[in-house]
Ligand binder design. Structure first.
Ligand SMILES: Nc1ncnc2c1ncn2[C@@H]1O[C@H](COP(=O)(O)OP(=O)(O)OP(=O)(O)O)[C@@H](O)[C@H]1O
Length: 327
C-alpha cells in the first residue's frame, strides 16, 4: 500500500518538528527513515499512524488522507512505538488477545498462534510479561502490531536496546515479512548497517527537513558517494602503525580501529595509495564500496551551515529536498 507524504509541517510551540518533507513510500517496500536526533522521525510516524494531525500538508495511505479518516487508516496501519509497554502480570498470549479484541478480529486463536510463531514467542506465550527480556518485549510488540495482518507496518527504532541475538532475530522476522508478504514496512533506525540490510529505499531527515529520498543505490550515485571507496589497511604489527598512519594521513579521511587503519578517498586516490604504500608496513588490505554511511555523511555534509539556523521559518517548497541532495 503506497504512502504519500506531501509538504507536511508540524510545530510543537516554538519547535519546528517537521518542515515540509514530501516523499513517497512505495507499496510493498521496506523503507527506512533516517535522521539525526530530533530530526522529526517519531513525529512523522505519529502523523502517519493517525495519532496526531499535521499543521499543514497531507499524508495519504493507500489514497486515504490520514487526518480525514484516521479510523480507516488505523485499520490498515499497525504501529510499534519506540517504547511499547504491557501490563506486567499479563501473559504474552493475553496481551495479544486484548489487541485482537480491540480490533474486533474474528478467529483470534489462529491469529494469536500465527503472530507468536512469526516473532518466535510461542514457547513463552503463557509466561507473564514481567519475566520477558527487553528483546522478548519488543517481539511481543511486533506480534501485537502484526495480529491484524496489516498492509502497513510502522516500526519506530525497533531494535534499539536489543542485544545482538535479539537484533538478529528481529532482522530475520522483518526480512521474512518483506519477502513473503506484500506488507509495506516503514522503520526508523540510527543503525545504518541495519537499514542498509533491511531496506530498499530511505528518506533522510534533518531538523524537520527532508534531505534525500529514494532507492539507496540511486542515492549512492546522486550524492557522489559512489565515487569514493574505503581502503582498509591492516598494519604489519603494532610497531609500524605510526609509520603507516603518517603515510596515509593526507590521503583521505582516516579512521582507526583496533585492527585496521581505514582511508576513505576518491577511487583514483585509492588506486594511487595502494600502489604507493610500502608493502613491509602491511599485513594486508581490502577495498570496500561505499555504504549507506557514506550517503548519509555526504547528504548531511551539504547542509552543515543551514542546520545551525535554528530559527528558520517553515519551508513550503516541496522541490527543496531534490535541490539539496544535488547540492
Ligand atoms: N510532544 C512534543 N512536545 C514538544 N516538542 C516535541 C514533542 N515531540 C517532539 N518534539 C520536538 O520535535 C523535534 C523532533 O522530535 P522527534 O522525536 O520527532 O525526533 P526524532 O527524529 O524521532 O529523534 P530521535 O532520533 O532522537 O528519537 C525535536 O526537537 C523534539 O524535541
Amino acid at each position: 500500500m503506497q504512502i504519500t507524504i506531501t509538504d507536511v509541517h508540524k510545530r510543537y510551540g516554538d519547535v519546528v518538528a517537521l518542515d515540509g518533507p514530501s516523499f513517497e513510500i512505495p507499496s510493498g517496500s521496506t523503507f527506512g527513515v533516517l535522521g539525526t536526533n530530533g530530526a522529526g522521525k517519531t513525529t512523522l510516524f505519529e502523523l502517519l499512524v493517525g495519532h496526531d494531525r499535521p499543521d499543514e500538508g497531507r499524508i495519504e495511505v493507500g489514497g486515504i488522507d490520514v487526518a480525514e479518516a484516521g479510523h480507516r487508516v488505523r485499520e490498515r496501519v499497525a504501529f510499534l512505538p519506540e517504547h511499547a509497554g504491557f501490563p506486567p502480570a499479563m501473559t504474552g498470549r493475553e496481551v495479544l488477545d486484548v489487541h485482537a479484541r480491540i480490533r474486533g478480529l474474528e478467529d483470534r486463536d489462529r491469529r494469536i498462534h500465527e503472530a507468536l510463531e512469526t516473532v518466535g514467542l510461542t514457547d513463552a506465550a503463557d509466561r507473564a510479561v514481567e519475566g520477558y527480556s527487553n528483546g522478548m518485549g519488543r517481539r511481543l510488540g511486533l506480534a501485537a502490531a502484526l495480529i491484524a495482518d496489516p498492509p502497513v507496518l510502522v516500526l519506530d527504532e525497533p531494535t534499539a536496546g536489543l542485544d545482538p541475538r535479539g537484533v538478529a532475530a528481529f532482522h530475520r522476522t522483518i526480512e521474512r515479512l518483506g519477502r513473503e508478504t506484500e506488507t509495506t514496512i516503514v522503520l526508523s533506525s540510527h543503525v545504518l548497517s541495519e537499514v542498509e540490510r533491511l531496506c530498499d529505499d530511505v528518506a533522510i531527515l534533518e531538523d524537520g527537513h527532508l534531505r534525500a529520498a529514494g532507492p539507496i543505490d540511486d542515492l549512492r550515485s546522486e550524492t557522489g558517494a559512489d565515487d569514493r571507496v574505503t581502503v582498509s589497511l591492516r598494519p604489519a604489527g603494532e610497531g609500524v602503525r605510526p609509520d603507516l598512519l603518517e603515510a596515509v594521513q593526507d590521503r583521505g579521511d582516516v579512521t582507526e580501529t583496533r585492527e585496521t587503519i581505514a582511508v576513505a578517498c576518491e577511487r583514483d586516490a585509492a588506486f594511487d595509495l595502494c600502489g604507493d604504500l610500502d608493502s613491509s608496513l602491511l599485513d594486508g588490505f581490502e577495498v570496500r564500496e561505499p555504504g549507506l554511511e557514506a550517503v548519509f555523511r555526504d547528504v548531511l555534509a551539504g547542509t552543515d551551515d543551514e542546520s545551525d539556523d535554528a530559527d528558520r521559518e517553515p519551508d513550503s517548497d516541496p522541490t527543496r529536498a531534490t535541490e539539496e541532495v544535488s547540492a
